[in-house]
Design a protein around this ligand. Structure first.
Ligand code: F0G
Length: 482
């Protein structure tokens, strides 16, 4: 989205859509929010949306759908096998991602399960830019390990490096030589590395990874869940690609990968997921697992209506004003917060605005989950639900030891075309208040910890009664305001 110039003020990210269906929201009173976060075990995943004002947990399955997507859903060709809706999806994937063999999955992690079961053997290593929670869990479930090969400065949260998602090519080659080609079934590249703040890789970097992959005969698997946003930032930040249409940028990235998979909950603003490739032999290796874990090969566990929406959503990904809406709001929020001294991840990435919880809550030891505490405190003072992306979201190692995360982030997701700018400004206002009162926030400890993906259903409690302190101060400053 090219920022539109304003006559009297600095440009703001102007919405290039109109809202025709709305959903009412409630901002419940402070006492209710306190009860709700206690009942949720200080884990924002366990809140009911009944108690949430602005749901910034994720963009997964929460992006706004277009009129054309909804219209397409009415034409669904419901059939167990051979659905014509699947033909439309196949054509869309071929047109947008340039791949002809398609395996539908119920969502992104379904694709990860099939890929990991097919290609990884116990003891294998998967080099990658950075892990995503579900990808790591599936790699570990089949006995694999990961090697994260970002450049050293990529975990520096405030930076002007435009491509913090790049793989360090020297580290990649060293890793292959040390681990042995035979132990590396594929290199995984994640478009817009989710867990480090939605940071993209450049096309130049992916080309360099391809050269190494070819040199050693290793495949590249691309997690394309956020490929539209990665392409949007390539267009903005990579000189050689400034003039190219989105379609060419996306196709260039996918053409450099042997296998592409994605969560359609993100990529096409619908539901579902898929794996696609141009290599028939790879397709055939995975084919049998689709009916076993997902559903028949022409629906893969996705409702046929959503398959129609997926096809339309994939084409819409090529529309810069659509795909740019969320990154432009994020940029507005990140820059506005930084101006007020709030520590944010920079440069602004995709998916959401990310708060650096280690700096925000520098008085809370990492063992007491500063990002989890910040997520709970922010819900309490705003009704806005963000997501912890830090040590609560980390998995314990194979010996059961706690693994502290590289970064502690509060992610405030801005799904596509869902929120208005005044809602974003409200969020920034409450965040500023919390920043000025940050010393009132205390740590958390687990009271219930599930063995896998503990962040989803785990429960925590405050190490002392800091929520009461925060509530008192809120009342003092805001009176009876919600
Ligand atoms: N890969 C990436 C990069 C993701 O961000 C996600 C999901 C997945 C794979 C898994 O896909 O949810 O459809 O099974 N990310 C969501 C999030 C959950 O909130 O960031 P899924």
């Amino acid at each position: 989205m090219n920022p539109i110039k304003f006559y009297q003020s600095q440009p703001i990210p102007l919405e290039l859509h109109k809202v025709r269906i709305v959903q009412k929201l409630n901002l419940v009173p402070l006492d209710r929010r306190l009860l709700a976060i206690k009942d949720a075990g200080f884990n924002t995943f366990k809140l009911s949306t009944r108690d949430v004002f602005l749901d910034m947990l994720t963009d997964s399955g929460t992006n706004a759908m277009s009129d054309n997507q909804l219209a397409a859903m009415m034409q669904a060709d419901d059939a167990y096998a051979g659905s014509q809706s699947f033909d439309k999806l196949q054509k869309a994937i071929q047109d947008v991602l340039g791949k002809k063999f398609i395996l539908p999955t119920h969502q992104g992690r379904g694709a990860e399960n099939v890929i990991c079961r097919t290609f990884i053997k116990p003891g294998n290593v998967i080099p990658m830019n950075y892990h995503f929670t579900t990808a790591l869990a599936h790699i570990m479930a089949v006995g694999g390990r990961i090697a994260e090969l970002l450049h050293d400065d990529a975990l520096k949260l405030q930076s002007d490096n435009p491509f913090k998602g790049n793989i360090d090519i020297e580290k990649l080659e060293r890793c292959i030589q040390e681990e042995g080609v035979e132990n590396i079934p594929f290199i995984r590249m994640e478009a817009s590395t989710n867990l480090i703040g939605g940071q993209p890789f450049s096309i130049r970097n992916m080309m360099d990874v391809r050269k190494i992959a070819d040199k050693y005969g290793i495949m590249i698997v691309l997690d394309a869940s956020l490929i539209g946003e990665n392409a949007y930032l390539v267009k903005q930040r990579e000189e050689e690609w400034k003039e190219n249409p989105m379609e060419e940028i996306i196709k260039m990235m996918t053409s450099l990968a042997d296998l592409v998979y994605f969560s359609a909950r993100k990529l096409s603003s619908s539901r579902g997921g898929a794996i696609c490739t141009n290599r028939k032999a790879l397709y055939q290796k995975m084919e049998a697992l689709i009916p076993l874990y997902e559903g028949f090969l022409t629906y893969g566990g996705i409702s046929i209506r959503e398959i129609e929406a997926m096809a339309v959503g994939l084409y819409e990904t090529l529309d810069e004003t659509m795909i740019g809406q969320s990154p432009e709001f994020i940029r507005f929020m990140v820059n506005g917060c930084m101006d007020k001294g709030i520590p944010m991840v920079t440069p602004p990435g995709v998916l959401g605005a990310h708060v650096d919880a280690m700096q925000f809550c520098d008085h809370i030891p990492q063992e007491q989950y500063p990002a989890g505490a910040l997520a709970a405190a922010f819900f309490l003072c705003s009704g806005v639900r963000g997501m912890e992306r830090g040590s609560v979201s980390s998995a314990r190692d194979e010996n059961g030891n706690e693994v502290l995360a590289d970064v502690e982030l509060l992610r405030l997701a801005l799904p596509r075309r869902v929120f208005t700018l005044s809602q974003v400004m409200y969020t920034m206002d409450r965040l500023e208040w919390l920043f000025h009162n940050r010393k009132l926030i205390g740590g958390l400890r687990f009271t219930y910890e599930p063995p896998v993906l503990r962040f989803f259903m785990g429960s925590l409690e405050p190490v002392e009664d800091w929520p009461a302190r925060l509530v008192d101060k809120f009342r003092k400053d805001f009176g009876d305001s919600l």
